[in-house]
Design a protein around this ligand. Structure first.
Ligand code: SF4
Length: 312
């Protein structure tokens, strides 16, 4: 099982008819339909955020959250195993452990390796978090400061990531693995893992998201963590006409959702992705899929194709 997997990058065939499509019905109707989508409860089998909820202190949660989000690439079991192992090295309080600079002790994290990331990358990440926490009082407070210095959220996010990278490099070289772990939002990628982390931290606590930073930033500013489900379902729903997955597609889909929920566009992120995770709106789409789909009355693709093959 992949956790909110990205599809391979590059141009792909646009789902049939998506060019001229827009979501059907009035905004009020769209909102009613989306509000009725089942909001699944926390699903420990598919979401590493459950590991973050194990900490009570918000300052521990923001550190556990960044670890869980940044290592959320690959298979869900491997992600959860890895995040659990790292948090075990920082138990019982990740904030306290990092402020004590436990990660710089001889032998700490020995044997760590997760796909592109080595022990050195992990130590760099820990040092970046520790340094920012010590100097700014926390990751969220630091992000709010960067946000206040820039005219939009993305510029603030890019500046904050750059700050974190520079601090990480005090303890580790800026390897391919560390760059992969701390992707630069200024490069135009969808930055799914950063978007996911911000969603967890900023959206109000609802059983999935944690609302740890809800006093620092508004959910209205969030952008969807674009994954393979959104790349497939977004164009079919008429929320984007873009061919290539990236920041542009993520923002276009979010703009569409913001028209329906200006205060909280990502309210529909988890329910729609979960529809895809449960096999709804599959890549090989048949009429029967649309007939039972809870989105059919607002979806411009519903009833349009006998069999459509498109998207990841
Ligand atoms: S299953 Fe059909 S109706 Fe539902 S979102 Fe996909 S294309 Fe639209």
């Amino acid at each position: 099982v992949s956790f909110r997997a990205s599809s391979p990058t590059g141009p792909r065939r646009r789902p049939h008819g998506a060019d001229s499509h827009q979501m059907r019905g009035s905004v009020a109707h769209q909102r009613r339909v989306l509000d009725r989508l089942p909001v699944p409860g926390p699903d420990d089998a598919v979401d590493p955020v459950h590991l973050v909820r194990g900490f009570a202190d918000p300052l521990d949660q923001e550190i556990a959250g960044i670890v869980a989000a940044l290592f959320a690439y690959g298979q869900v079991k491997a992600i959860c195993r890895t995040v659990e192992w790292i948090l075990g090295q920082l138990a019982p309080s990740p904030r306290q452990a990092l402020l004590e600079r436990r990660h710089l002790r001889r032998g700490w994290g020995a044997g760590f390796r997760y796909r592109f990331n080595s022990r050195s990358d992990l130590i760099g990440l820990c040092e970046g978090i520790a340094s920012m926490t010590r100097d700014r009082g926390g990751l969220g407070k630091a992000l709010a400061l960067h946000r206040a210095d820039h005219e939009d959220t993305d510029a603030g996010l890019a500046s904050w990531v750059n700050d974190l990278r520079l601090r990480a490099c005090r303890a580790a070289p800026l390897s391919y693995g560390l760059r992969h772990l701390l992707p630069d939002p200024a490069r135009g990628g969808a930055c799914k893992r950063w978007r996911l982390y911000l969603r967890w931290m900023i959206r109000p606590a609802d059983g999935i998201d944690l609302g740890v930073w809800s006093h620092l930033m508004s959910p209205a500013e969030l952008v969807i963590p674009l994954d393979a489900h959104w790349e497939r379902i977004g164009p079919r729903l008429g929320l984007t006409s873009r061919r290539t997955a990236g920041a542009g597609m993520a923002k276009e889909i979010t703009r569409g959702l913001r028209k329906i929920r200006p205060d909280d566009p990502l309210r529909y992120d988890y329910p729609i992705c979960h529809l895809g995770m449960r096999g709804g709106c599959p890549p090989r789409l048949g009429e029967a899929d649309c007939r039972i789909c809870p989105l059919r009355s607002i979806c411009p693709t519903a009833g349009q194709a006998v069999l459509q093959v498109g998207g990841p």
